[in-house]
Structure formats: structure tokens, C-alpha cells
Design a protein around this ligand. Structure first.
Ligand SMILES: [Zn+2]
Length: 380
């Protein structure tokens, strides 16, 4: 007897090259079998006919430090009920505010919360002052020591390079992020858009595994040249292992840029939401809605799923614990429904698309416990 059997859903798990109608059995909080027509019964059975059964979604760019950062939202309220079982807080905390994130968020949430530590000690407290304008906040040795002491939670170093955040500091914040991250072999997540220099100059500083977030922003110094072509240096960077992440956000995603880049075969390595206070009521809503935007733009469901499960987990050093339904893994599972209709998708630049289908979370299983899930989008 299993604790839970999820029957008849379409299981898509790129970590094991699986896309088939299967039953998923859970016992003692772990996946124990993924099979066509599983024989044994479950104490709890869920008929998942018509649903897509995925590894619990992994969102590598969120801001889940409420009450301290103006960006902060509650992960258990805004991520978990959408099928997102693992999130990475992308630099909301720096070393001066990190203990609070650790205690009140990482260790207190039901959602599995990891983080990228901001290279600026203040993290993302407010927008009154750019966090990297005053370089005294950016102490690479202190950040490195904190990250080295907390490898279970700190998965990388975050830096934001737009002009409003760096002021006259130029690329120095990036160099300090490198000084903190590189000796530990940790990735840096670089927020781009309105940067003082072209993106090619920024990626030239990065090592394989480093992450560029807000890849499809619509500001200057993006991925496209004036003729609308993807810069060859960026293709080369992707080739050598730089990860280009979506990080949709409230001001960092343009359909025009994304559509041109995808048409040119420049696909994101990971799809993340950059979910925070200013976009939970649109244009982001939740990670499944961001996934649906990429389906709409022509990626296959499997390509999309890979970028929010195994690909995302791998990018943040969590490949062993998240993003897979291989037997033995913790039973974190997302059940979504692909529904048809007419769904209004907004980017951050006034461009609107009406999509004939979207993805709605219906259930989420966290460590073997099944809960109903529902979209944050208005159509639910
Ligand atoms: Zn962000």
C-alpha cells in the first residue's frame, strides 16, 4: 500500500527523459514508482486524467523576504500554491539582513527556500538608494565568508548592474560579486537592463554556470543589436555555459525582444518569474503563467518544463534535491492543467498577446502531502 498514487496524468520529467501517461506512487514522503498502470493501491488516490504531472516547479528568481524588503512576498502564499515547491530568493538579502532571511524565511517556510546572497550588504531594502551606489556596502570577503559558512542555503551571489542601482560604480559591483563567488565556485546571478555597458562586456566577465537574469528586457544594451539580431558574443557565451534566465519581473520582459530572440534560436536556459510585490497582480502573476507565455511563443511543453525543473535545479546547485521525479526523490510534484480560452498576456512594455491556452496549477504535492493549487492570474 502506497501513501498516495497519482493516476493517469501526463508525466513530463525531462530529468529522466520521460513524457508519458503514467501513475506516480508516493510513500514516506518520497517518490517510489513512476509506471504505466501501476498495480498497487494508495491510501490516497488522485485521478489526474487531463492533468500534467511535473516535478515540483523550481523558480530561481523570486523575492520572498516580506516585511524587510519592499519587494518581499510570502513564498507559502504566492509560490507553493502555484505548484512551485522550490524557490531561490534572488538577492533580497545581503549579509546585513541575511540572518533574518535564514531564520524567518528559509527555515520557517513550507516552500523550500534557498537564496543568492546580494553582494551589497543591504540587499534590496529600498529603492531610495541604489544598493551598489555606495561601494562600502559591497564587501566581497564578508559575503564570501557568509556564503562559505552556509552552503546549504546560499547557492550563489547576486548583483544588479542597472544604472539606478550602481550609480557611478560601473562594473565594480560585478567584480566584487566575482571576488565573493568565484573562489567558492558559486554562480553569480547578474541582473541586467539599463546597464552602463553592452551585455557582451558583462558576459565577458562571467564564468560557466553564471546566470544572466532579465535576458529579454526591453531596455538598451539587450541581447539584440540594432538590426534585431542576437549578438554573436551572447550566443558564444551560452555555448560556453553562461545561463540566460528569463526573470520576467515588473520591468524586465519584452515580448518583442523574446519573440525575436526565440525566432533566432536563442532560447533561455532557465525560465523564472522574478515574482515580487509589484508583479503578483500582473503582469507576472505566477510561474505557470510565465511558462504559458513561452508556450505561446513556440517552445514545446517539454522545453518549457525542462527550464523550470531539472534545468533550473541544476543552475542553482540543487540537481540532487529538486526538479526530478526519479524514485527515491522527495515527493515534490506539480499538477497543472493546460486549458483553452483567450488569455491576455502582458509584457512590461505595453505589448499584449492573446493566447489560446494557458497553464493552471491544480494540485501541489510537497514532501508527499497533497494540496489544492490555484493560479494567481485573473482567469484561474
Ligand atoms: Zn529580481
Amino acid at each position: 500500500m502506497y501513501d498516495l498514487v497519482i493516476r493517469g496524468g501526463k508525466v513530463i520529467d525531462p530529468s529522466q527523459d520521460l513524457e508519458a501517461t503514467c501513475d506516480v506512487a508516493v510513500a514516506d514522503g518520497r517518490i517510489v514508482a513512476v509506471e504505466r498502470s501501476l498495480a498497487g493501491k494508495g491510501r490516497q488516490e488522485l485521478d489526474a486524467t487531463g492533468l500534467i504531472v511535473l516535478p515540483g516547479l523550481v523558480d530561481i528568481h523570486t523575492h520572498v523576504y516580506p516585511y524587510v524588503s519592499h519587494y518581499g512576498i510570502c513564498a507559502d502564499e504566492w509560490c507553493l500554491p502555484r505548484g512551485v515547491t522550490t524557490v531561490v530568493d534572488a538577492g533580497t538579502a545581503g549579509r546585513c539582513t541575511w540572518q533574518g532571511l535564514k531564520h524567518w524565511v528559509c527555515e520557517s517556510s513550507r516552500t523550500r527556500v534557498y537564496c543568492f546572497l546580494h553582494i551589497s550588504g543591504m540587499g534590496l531594502l529600498s529603492d531610495y538608494v541604489g544598493e551598489a551606489e555606495e561601494l562600502r556596502w559591497l564587501n566581497p570577503a564578508a559575503a564570501r565568508i557568509l556564503a562559505a559558512e552556509n552552503p546549504a542555503l546560499i547557492k550563489g551571489i547576486k548583483v544588479r548592474l542597472d544604472r539606478n542601482r550602481v550609480g557611478a560604480s560601473g562594473l565594480e559591483p560585478l567584480l566584487r560579486a566575482k571576488a565573493a563567488a568565484d573562489p567558492l565556485g558559486l554562480p553569480i546571478m547578474v541582473h541586467v537592463g539599463k546597464t552602463p555597458v553592452p551585455l557582451a562586456e558583462i558576459v565577458a566577465q562571467l564564468k560557466p554556470g553564471d546566470i544572466v537574469t532579465h535576458t529579454f528586457h526591453g531596455w538598451e544594451h539587450g541581447v539584440l543589436d540594432e538590426g534585431g539580431k542576437v549578438f554573436p558574443e551572447l550566443r558564444a557565451a551560452a555555448q560556453r555555459g553562461i545561463i540566460f534566465d528569463v526573470g520576467h519581473g515588473a520591468g524586465s520582459f519584452s515580448f518583442l525582444v523574446a519573440e525575436a530572440a526565440l525566432a533566432a534560436g536563442f532560447l533561455p536556459g532557465t525560465i523564472s518569474s522574478d515574482l515580487h510585490t509589484y508583479n503578483i497582480h500582473g503582469p507576472v502573476y505566477d510561474l505557470p503563467t510565465v511558462m504559458a507565455k513561452f508556450l505561446f511563443m513556440g517552445l514545446s511543453l517539454r522545453e518549457v518544463v525542462a527550464r523550470v525543473t531539472v534545468g533550473a535545479a541544476r543552475a542553482v546547485g540543487l540537481a540532487e534535491v529538486a526538479g526530478s521525479l526519479v524514485p527515491g526523490r522527495t515527493a515534490d510534484i506539480a499538477l497543472l492543467q493546460e486549458v483553452e480560452g483567450r488569455f491576455r498576456f502582458d509584457d512590461c512594455f505595453g505589448n499584449v498577446r492573446f493566447a489560446p491556452r494557458t497553464l493552471l496549477p491544480r494540485y501541489v504535492c510537497l514532501g508527499g502531502e497533497l494540496h489544492p493549487a490555484r493560479s494567481a492570474a485573473p482567469w484561474r
